[in-house]
Design a protein around this ligand. Structure first.
Ligand SMILES: Nc1ncnc2c1ncn2[C@@H]1O[C@H](COP(=O)(O)OP(=O)(O)OP(=O)(O)O)[C@@H](O)[C@H]1O
Length: 456
């Protein structure tokens, strides 16, 4: 019997969820704060964690961080409001299994919970660290959409151009645009294709263990190093190492990585000797590495021998229908449905929405829609309510536009507050703790206001 830890500070909603999950045969422990959630994790064994994104004393991701520090691998699902989709998508990069938008649809919740417990889902093809067996790469070939838009053609031209060389590639693009897919494509089309493709999500590596994960360690080199460990550089020998979210590597590790790239040698933690390595490195980021001030310029130039920018979904509208059709047919097979038509309203909403979470968000929205469509036609009722509302009311609470024709004082002051928050966030380079400090409010209040005003 699977044991689920539910952390949700809305007590009524927590009770509804608890009862629902218990009825479906799960054991459920409910906690109402980050602190009590972490305590429960230390005390008991759970198979799954279901987290509210915003909690009274922090955010659900704080619990995910605590899990990582404890070295526990328990799948977690974040429940978030529609306005937080962009953040939720990023959370997946930090090791969260999946996200689900509120109001939570019971069928969708059950689907995601079961997938998490079975260890598979839309994103589960890609655990934080893994070697991709080469046989799987061939099946993957047909498992994507290439697209025909100008942006797609340019992207694939660049992939074809750089793949056969041994250049280091930096792939840039918003979260969920398909950067890992691009990296795999380069590997598959390279002369290293029959050697390993090793993918590492640097965002999920703890600061302490990053070196050992990448370069390996010798027994006894630090507390917990009970045996020798081979690092991912050696695992990728002859092949390609994909460093996703490379901006998360600490300064120390950046120095070691630079040496590995320049001299083609690595030194496992605690070892006296160096080891020769032959690995092509492909890195990805969705931030401005140099602008962050935390990334070494010499390393930046070393990993950026060739740059590929993956377009946001909103900038490749010409490929949109192909992606929708592809994700629908995949979801039909997975969920045993027969959806082959979209209601006009669904088409309109898909066209008007700007898809901040890109392909990952589209894939999730389509999967949910297919799940909630028993017939062949997908109706608007199968889309997240807030998505429909936001499209139909562009000037609603999320985006107030006061004018002298509209003397509503509350609306005016809210518009003013929204603008101020956006300006300060920009000034603080989107560092929310810093922005909260400048605004003289706490982080939680800032998050609440950002949610209220639809600021992402
Ligand atoms: N060309 C494609 N055809 C079909 N599905 C795709 C394609 N590219 C990406 N996807 C799907 O979109 C989702 C996001 O892709 P991927 O993980 O490669 O994005 P990413 O840019 O690396 O995300 P992040 O920035 O969060 O690391 C995955 O589920 C992937 O399977």
């Amino acid at each position: 019997m699977a044991n689920i830890l539910l952390v949700e500070d809305d007590t009524t909603f927590a009770t509804i969820l608890e009862n629902f999950l218990k009825k479906k045969g799960f054991d459920v422990v409910v906690k109402y704060s980050v602190k009590s959630g972490i305590e429960a994790l230390k005390r008991d064994t759970f198979h799954l964690i279901l987290l509210d994104y915003r909690l009274g004393d922090g955010i659900g991701l704080d619990i995910v961080d605590a899990l990582r520090v404890e070295g526990k691998a328990i799948p977690s699902i974040i429940m978030t409001s529609f306005n937080d989709v962009r953040t939720a998508v990023k959370a997946i990069r930090q090791g969260v299994f999946d996200y689900i938008t509120k109001p939570v649809n019971p069928d969708e919740l059950l689907m995601v919970v079961n997938e998490a417990l079975e260890g598979k889902s839309t994103e589960r093809e890609r655990p934080a660290l893994h070697n991709q067996p080469n046989e799987m790469l061939t099946t993957m070939e047909t498992d994507f959409v290439e697209g025909t838009s100008t942006a797609a053609r340019k992207l694939h031209d660049y992939i074809a151009l750089v793949a056969p060389t041994d250049m280091s590639v930096l792939i840039r693009g918003e979260s969920g645009t398909g950067k890992e897919y691009v990296a795999r494509s380069i590997h598959q089309m390279s002369k290293r294709a029959d050697k390993p493709f090793v993918s590492i999500d640097c965002g999920t590596l703890s600061k302490e263990l990053a070196s050992s994960e990448l370069f390996g360690h010798v027994k006894g080199s630090f507390t917990g190093a009970l045996n020798d460990k081979t690092g991912q550089f050696v695992e990728a020998s002859g092949g390609t190492l994909f460093l996703d979210e490379i901006g998360n590597l600490s300064y120390d590790v950046q120095v070691k990585l630079l040496r590995a790239l320049q001299e083609k040698v690595i030194q496992p933690v605690g070892a006296n000797k160096t080891v020769n390595v032959d690995v092509r490195v492909i890195a990805a980021t969705n931030e401005d590495l140099l602008g962050s001030g935390k990334f070494r310029e010499d390393l930046y130039h070393r990993i950026n021998e060739f740059e590929i920018i993956v377009p946001a979904l909103r900038d490749r509208r010409g490929d949109f229908q192909q992606f929708v059709d592809f994700f629908i047919s995949k979801a039909n097979v997975e969920l045993g449905r027969q959806v082959n038509e979209l209601a006009d309203e669904v088409r309109e909403i898909f066209g008007a929405y700007d898809w901040p979470g890109n392909l990952r968000e589209l894939k999730n929205v389509v999967k949910r829609m297919v799940l909630l469509s028993p017939g062949t036609r997908a109706e608007v009722s199968a889309l997240p309510e807030e998505m429909v509302f936001a499209i139909k009311n562009p000037d609603s609470a999320a985006n107030p536009t006061p004018s002298s024709d509209n003397p509503d004082l509350r609306l005016h002051s809210e518009a003013h507050e929204r603008k101020l928050i956006m300006d300060v966030l920009q000034k603080a380079k989107y560092n929310k703790s810093k922005a909260a400090q400048m605004l003289n409010i706490d982080r939680k209040t800032l998050y609440n206001k950002m949610e209220k005003y639809g600021i992402e």
